[in-house]
Ligand binder design. Structure first.
Ligand code: IMP
Length: 178
């Protein structure tokens, strides 16, 4: 439980998110035209709402798989250790893969996961992030598709948590301590 009280200021409405996902899905469909069955990999837990809405807008056969990674920050260094807590169930060799992330912040998580999956020789490996905080980046990674670029704010909702709270908000809001 967060030990300070906070309020959530709305930032991106459910309607705006839905419209953006519809547009992104069209781009993804065009990019993967001809793919027999796209493997869509959600990074747990923050992407569970995003991936659910995204796959329902993608008009082609998809297979859904999940991977859970956790990153431990080290106050003394900018590099982070990323650990895999749950690996994919399926094989991705020779397949077209789309990795779905909630937020790219420092970029260590996405960079590590893409490196891990690239080593399994997929035919194509692309990534999408609902939110991107470019000002926080510590790596050279950028998702192929981005929903919204946001400033350096701590956000919650639409699957994204603050100490395991607020994932069920239908919109994205920023945390403000009071
Ligand atoms: P990165 O490895 O620093 O890019 O961290 C990405 C992960 O940190 C995301 O998948 C989120 O789980 C978490 N994260 C980053 N920024 C926020 C935020 O504003 N709210 C909640 N979680 C965040």
């Amino acid at each position: 439980m967060p030990d300070r009280e906070y309020v959530i200021d709305p930032m991106i409405s459910a309607k705006t998110i839905a419209a953006r996902i519809e547009a992104l899905s069209r781009e993804i469909g065009a990019a993967f035209a001809g793919t027999e069955k796209l493997v869509v990999v959600g990074l747990l837990r923050g992407s569970f709402v995003f991936i659910a809405d995204l796959v329902r807008e993608i008009d082609m056969p998809v297979e859904v798989d999940f991977l859970e990674a956790t990153s431990y920050g080290n106050a003394m260094e900018s590099s982070r250790e990323v650990r895999i807590l749950k690996d994919l169930r399926g094989k991705i060799e020779g397949r077209d893969v789309l990795v779905v992330e909630d937020i790219v912040d420092t970029g260590h998580t996405l960079k590590h996961v893409l490196g891990l999956l690239a080593a399994r020789n997929p035919a194509r490996l692309k990534s999408i992030a609902l939110l991107d905080k470019p000002s926080r980046r510590e790596t050279d990674i950028r998702a192929d598709w981005i929903g919204f670029e946001i400033p350096d704010e701590f956000v919650v909702g639409y699957g994204i948590d603050f100490a395991q709270r607020n994932r069920n908000l239908p919109y994205i809001g920023k945390v403000r301590f009071v």
